[in-house]
Each structure stands twice: as structure tokens, then as C-alpha cells.
Design a protein around this ligand. Structure first.
Ligand code: FE2
Ligand code: FE2
Length: 218
């Protein structure tokens, strides 16, 4: 019941209610509906990316980024996947070199689409950086120079990718396993942000346990 996807959906309703009628949010909602119609797995993945990005941002209290906008950025970060054929987007097979090239292109395609639609620079940055890694092993640029938004995008994206089932992977990791993974690859992901994510997940899990206790007592 107190699943991360349910919490992400509830944050979605709360924020879209709050920003009802605002142009960027209305455009974001329309694009997110398109993602959901095309591929529910990508839509769920994006919801959780937004949810995690929102909570990391709240907990680091950065002047340079706004938590609500990081949620919107998470919802839209994989919009470029709409350009991929179903044979790749929903594939459970290992992709060949040509197909992998198309997957890599989803970042630039998404970034360019969001730019054409006049989304703000923070949302463009989030989209462009979500597959970059601090050791330069990511894509599309292979840069080692990731700013705060880039680090939030990378960690939120990998959390959601490991947490939810995808067409190419049925096993999902627990929060504890994901945190261990992130510490193991701390040359790729910002270590301070992993600590922040860990503390948020611990708090969330103890809140959920007390909600379950309340239900049992009732
Ligand atoms: Fe992506
Ligand atoms: Fe993603």
C-alpha cells in the first residue's frame, strides 16, 4: 500500500493541483499523458524519478534548484523515448549496436523537444544529464563536470530504474540494495546525495511502518 509509486502519484496530484493553469505545468501534464499512453512503464519510471528528485532537492535545500520543478523535470526527462520504436522501447532482449545508438539519442531528442516547447533551463539540464556519470562513463557527452541538477537527475534516474520492474529486467532491488549499489559506484554518483537519499528513504520507511501500525491498531 505505501508503495513508492503510490506516493509518487499522490505527489503528482498535489503539485498539479497547486500549479493548475500554469503554462509550463499544463504543457508538462499533456506530455506526461502522451508518455503514459505510449508506455506505462516509462510513465511510472518517470513519476518515481520526479518523486526522488523532489525529495533530494528538499533535503539539500539548494538555492539553485526548486523541488517542485525537479519533480516536473523528472516527469519529462525521458520524453525523447517517444521517438523510439516499440521494438526497442519495449524490448526485453539485448539490444544490438544500432539499437543502442537509438537509445542513446533519446537524451538529445528529449532535450531538443523540451527546448522547442520553451521549458526552463533547469528542466533542460535535468533531461540532458540524467545518464551522465561523475567518472565520465555516462552519455551523451561523457562529461565529468556535473552540476547539482545533473547529480540529482543521475541518482534519481538510477534509483527508479533499479526499483521498478522494466521490460528488460524483472528483478527489482530493495532500497537497501540500491543504496549499497550507489555507495559501491560512488565514483559515478555524488556521495553526499546518496547519504541524503539514504536518510530520506529511512525516514520514509519508518513513517510507513508507523502508518501500518496505526491501521493494525484500528
Ligand atoms: Fe533516459
Ligand atoms: Fe529515465
Amino acid at each position: 500500500m505505501y508503495d513508492v509509486l503510490l506516493d509518487s502519484q499522490s505527489l503528482f496530484l498535489q503539485l498539479f493541483n497547486m500549479y493548475n493553469g500554469e503554462q509550463e505545468w499544463e504543457k508538462g501534464k499533456a506530455l506526461f499523458v502522451s508518455i503514459s499512453c505510449r508506455d506505462l512503464a516509462t510513465a511510472n519510471h518517470s513519476l518515481v524519478v520526479g518523486y526522488i528528485a523532489y525529495h533530494i532537492t528538499i533535503n539539500i535545500r539548494l538555492a539553485s534548484c526548486n523541488a517542485e520543478r525537479m519533480f516536473l523535470a523528472g516527469l519529462l526527462h525521458d520524453i525523447g523515448k517517444l521517438s523510439m520504436p516499440d521494438s526497442i522501447l519495449k524490448s526485453s532482449q539485448r539490444l544490438n549496436t544500432e539499437e543502442r545508438k537509438l537509445v542513446i539519442e533519446h537524451v538529445k531528442v528529449g532535450h531538443d523537444a523540451l527546448k522547442q516547447l520553451d521549458f526552463g533551463p533547469d528542466i533542460l539540464q535535468f533531461c540532458y544529464s540524467h545518464h551522465e556519470r561523475l567518472d565520465g562513463s555516462g552519455y551523451p557527452q561523457g562529461t565529468t563536470n556535473l552540476n547539482e541538477i545533473g547529480c540529482i537527475a543521475a541518482i534519481s534516474d538510477i534509483y527508479s530504474a533499479l526499483k521498478l520492474p522494466r521490460s528488460y529486467r524483472s528483478n527489482c532491488l530493495s532500497d537497501k540494495e540500491i543504496i549499497e549499489f550507489l555507495f559501491q559506484y560512488d565514483n559515478q554518483f555524488n556521495r553526499n546525495y546518496t547519504y541524503i537519499l539514504k536518510s530520506f528513504l529511512n525516514k520514509r520507511s519508518s513513517n510507513n511502518l508507523s502508518k501500518i501500525d496505526e491501521l493494525i491498531i484500528k
